[in-house]
Design a protein around this ligand. Sequence first.
Ligand code: NZQ
Ligand code: ZN
Length: 388
Amino acid sequence: MNNFEFYNPTKILFGKGQIGNLAHNIPAGSKVLITYGGGSAKRTGLLDSVKEKLQGYTVGEFGGIEPNPTYETLMQAVKMVREEHYDYLLAVGGGSVIDGTKFIAAAACYTKGDPWEIVAKRAKIEKAIPFAVILTLPATGSEMNDGAVITYKEKKTKLPFGSELVFPQFSILDPVYTYTLPPRQISNGVVDAFIHVMEQYMTYPAGGTLQDRFAESLLLTLIEEGPKALANPQDYDVRANLMLAATMALNGLIRIGVPQDWSTHMIGHEMTALYGLDHAKTLAIVLPSLLEVMQNEKKEKLLQYAQRIWHADEKLSEAEKIAFAINSTRAFFEKMQVRTYMKDYDLPKEAIGEIINNLKAHNMVALGESKKITPEVVQEILNRAYQK
Ligand code: NZQ
Ligand code: ZN
């Protein structure tokens, strides 16, 4: 097992009615800016109940943070925070609103230049406005981690940044808020969380037997509960398990002391930046083909995955077990109603070259746990991912 540091200061308030604890977790006297997305929080009445709970505070609102939050929109909020001197932010929404709020929190305090430098140049964040989260979509884990992904629309660029200063101070995780999710977002959330686990698990054995078991428990939970959420959207325990699984999938715990491979995400981000596909859909396209192409590198873990997660028949050969595991993974995404080929989304064949050019422009030319996923390997992966 590799050495590691683990730090996660985010307090989790989990369960029905936890909004009742909102106010006393925010310092008295704060001037709070509530951030939200395209309107679901308004429609569901959540925004009103949040405001009601914050009656003792000075409160403002910034709505309109879009899926795959953009620098262009977020800079409007940064201006508001600076001019009106907000000193606490409250994100009400899914990963996009939370990521956007992380950027606002850091950018509002960044005075050395254009805050895009925080993302593009990984400029050091020295200060950020404290913030909290009310989660409405289990998927990204952003509610309990220190990362965010921001899109610069004009540049067709989508890139991650991170800092310990952008961990949420606390996050309210009430599974009831997820009842209003459309099936598309339930599906996206399950697939995204599943692939977060895979990026921290599907590498090579590193002696992290406990971490492997953590990861496997999350994969099994997502496989079991995901389809139930589509079939029976008002089942509290199903929603609670999915919410907890998505948070645990990317709060730093399962990656301690083990290698990681975030190449599916990096390739997927370029696909979203260029073609606007939902984040989870890009991952469902890339992962199965990436596993096929990288199967020799990942052989031992693929065999473990085939046995422990998909219960591959012991009589199969190693190659057959691996093929069975990859096909089962693809079938799970399709069962969750997420299609797994570029052609399914009407992407042109030229998309492959454009994605590779963008990866090169962002210096992502040696991806994967062993840095072997070069532009040539990405070409092979995307050729397979194009159509059946
Ligand atoms: O904008 P509104 O109107 O609120 O609607 C949203 C949005 O259209 C809707 N929604 C959210 N909660 C709802 C709801 N609709 C009804 N009822 C509810 N309770 O869902 C739509 C999608 O929301 P979004 O926040 O974009 O989805 P998600 O949580 O999947 O976030 C995706 C973003 O997170 C980034 C992705 O790249 C993408 O930009 N990621 C962030 C990560 C991180 N910070 O650690 C890691 C991930 O890998 C990911 O890259
Ligand atoms: Zn993701």
